[in-house]
Design a protein around this ligand. Structure first.
Ligand SMILES: CC(=O)SCCNC(=O)CCNC(=O)[C@H](O)C(C)(C)COP(=O)(O)OP(=O)(O)OC[C@H]1O[C@@H](n2cnc3c(N)ncnc32)[C@H](O)[C@@H]1OP(=O)(O)O
Length: 225
């Protein structure tokens, strides 16, 4: 893998995690390709400041607009944001470039050889993906997450640090499981559901439901219009 270059499309606060994981895999982050202007939110670190900090660990990546991007040799591709807008970005990239996305796994994660990971998946340090589990396109598994056996997670879902997802479950696409949440086994979670930080989910969840607390209770619908 060494010497291969990672190109990241779109920017968000997870860029440092991607950079860290690329370093651990001996990859060079060569380009960050921006599709929309993304002003930093409150307490965010601006992109230029973030990548300046990376400079001590290798070349500072080039930042360019999507309009100026053309695929090069020896490049691997990954999406940078974890927000639901990723699906739109992937569609745009597919229409224009037909790129094959990379699956980036931190060397300190454990992914069962019996699990299946689709292109574009990220698995962070100290996460465990159980046997028989299937992760769809661009699923983002943050640090210290455990996913039990035989669980399917739909495309573009994101599972935040320290969450635990039981086995034999069906998680839809574009689902968010926030930091430190726990889901019991054998559950069905609808598309676009949002499970809040620290929630404990003990029963199935409808599409687009925001669920909070222990046990998790319906707060409101967050289904995109
Ligand atoms: C490396 C990293 O940093 S990754 C970290 C990624 N971030 C996360 O995973 C955190 C994601 N955020 C959450 O989970 C938040 O709890 C959210 C988005 C679900 C809710 O946040 P907001 O919509 O801002 O909620 P808000 O602060 O307006 O509160 C609304 C109500 O829900 C309650 N509430 C908010 N969050 C939670 C929660 N996690 N659990 C229980 N109750 C909550 C509030 O107390 C408030 O209750 P009230 O109506 O009785 O007053």
């Amino acid at each position: 893998m060494s010497g291969q270059q990672l190109v990241i499309f779109g920017s968000s606060n997870i860029l440092s995690d991607l950079f860290d994981c690329a370093l651990a895999n001996g990859l060079i982050v060569s380009k960050i390709v921006l599709h929309t202007p993304e002003p930093p939110g409150e307490r965010d670190i601006a992109l230029h400041e973030r990548i300046r900090q990376w400079g001590q660990h290798g070349p500072v990546p080039e930042i360019l607009d999507l309009a100026d991007f053309t695929p090069g040799e020896n490049e691997l591709y990954l999406l940078g944001p974890t927000t639901p807008t990723r699906a739109v970005l992937e569609q745009q990239l597919d229409q224009r470039f037909k790129l094959q996305f990379h699956t980036l796994i931190h060397p300190r994660a454990y992914v069962s050889p019996l699990a299946r990971l689709a292109p574009g998946v990220f698995v962070g340090a100290n996460s465990v993906i159980g046997p028989g589990t299937v992760l769809g396109r661009h699923v983002f598994i943050n640090r210290g997450v455990t996913i039990g056996h035989d669980t399917h997670i739909g495309a573009f879902s994101r599972i935040q640090p320290g969450s635990n997802v039981g086995g034999l479950s069906r998680i839809g696409h574009s689902v968010t499981i926030a930091i430190g949440a726990t889901l019991l086994e054998r559950l069905v979670i609808g598309d676009h559901a949002f499970i809040g930080a620290g929630a404990v989910v003990i029963s199935d969840i409808d599409a687009g439901a925001l669920m909070l607390g222990i046990p998790a209770k319906f707060k409101k619908s967050v289904l995109p219009s």
